[in-house]
Design a binder for this molecule. Structure first.
Ligand SMILES: Nc1ncnc2c1ncn2[C@@H]1O[C@H](COP(=O)(O)OP(=O)(O)O)[C@@H](O)[C@H]1O
Ligand SMILES: [Mg+2]
Length: 287
């Protein structure tokens, strides 16, 4: 049913020589610098980069919340001039409405547009089933676990049938078990709908498990350091993934680049970089 209701993939985003800086004079802060990237339609592109490198800034530009200082961003060849909820959904750790049930929360978008009808209710039922919340559709958010809340939020975004799903560290803060379960739910949704997805994370395992393309960013001011195509067949199984040489090779390659990026900013004396090097050095050697 969703194969008919969710449109086939479009939503190619082209970022060309984008710069974004804040402030002036001695307060000038360059966050994104000469960044060029094509987010391919119908693919799940995962961006990974050090904390504070400028990922969320880039997302605000894609969503049209802010404008680049210079450079161009287009979607399907047309310039992005402002936010458009049907086209781009930024999925964050936003609160569900506490006074609405799971089902009411998921139906919020259609209701707000005056499209609360049998079709939207059927789609809600389908998505509630897909995210494993059948038993919880009449419960309120405070009766759901953290993972269930994220799943409800995913369904709430997907019901709007956006051309592009943009997700900014959506599973941050979940415990390991819930996070891994989320990866599987989310990958499964993607494998069925094949929408253009742009997913930002700082978690390398999450990135490799999910990605068709892994976009590795430099430290601030950020630009693309390297793109790795992850041609591991779907559906992927988390338990088997990191037994494969391919996944491990990609992981080592990515960690090496991220480590080099952290080293660069370490030389510039940033404390965040020192923490980062610490974290990634441990991970690179422990595996
Ligand atoms: N409105 C702003 N004014 C000044 N600096 C900002 C603004 N927004 C973001 N920054 C700076 O940009 C940098 C990158 O932030 P962000 O894009 O949130 O990084 P990430 O999402 O990769 O962790 C930070 O150093 C932050 O201080
Ligand atoms: Mg961020």
């Amino acid at each position: 049913m969703t194969n008919q209701t969710i449109p086939t993939a479009s939503g190619e985003i082209v970022i060309q020589s984008v710069n974004k800086s804040y402030g002036y004079g001695k307060d000038l802060k360059e966050v994104v610098k000469d960044c060029s990237l094509t987010i391919e339609a119908g693919k799940l592109s995962v961006m990974i980069g050090p904390s504070g490198c400028g990922k969320s800034t880039l997302i605000r530009l894609l969503a049209g919340f802010e404008k680049p200082t210079s450079g161009n961003i287009t979607i399907n060849g047309k310039p992005i001039t402002g936010p458009n909820k049907d086209r781009l959904v930024v999925f964050q750790e936003s609160a569900l409405f506490p006074w609405m049930t799971t089902e009411e929360n998921i139906l919020y978008g259609p209701k707000a547009r005056g499209e609360l009808n049998q079709k939207s209710k059927d789609l809600a039922a389908f998505l509630i089933d897909k995210v494993g919340l059948n038993q919880f559709k009449s419960k309120f958010p405070n009766q759901l676990s953290g993972g269930m809340q994220r799943r409800a939020e995913l369904a709430r975004a997907l019901i709007n049938q956006p051309e592009v799903m943009i997700l900014d560290e959506p599973f941050r803060g979940l415990d390991e078990m819930s996070k891994e379960l989320m990866w599987e739910y989310y990958a499964n949704l993607y494998e069925e709908n094949r929408l253009t997805n742009f997913f930002v994370t700082t978690d390398i395992d999450e990135a490799i498990f999910l990605a068709d393309r892994l976009i590795i960013m430099t430290n601030i001011p950020t630009q693309v350091a390297e793109i790795i195509e992850v041609n591991i067949p779907r559906p992927r199984r988390l338990s088997a993934l990191f037994e494969s040489d391919e996944a491990n090779d990609i992981k080592m390659r990515a960690l090496k680049i991220l480590h080099q990026e952290a080293m660069k900013s370490f030389k510039s004396g940033s404390k965040a970089a020192a923490d980062f090097i610490d974290a990634y050095s441990k991970r690179a050697t422990n595996e």
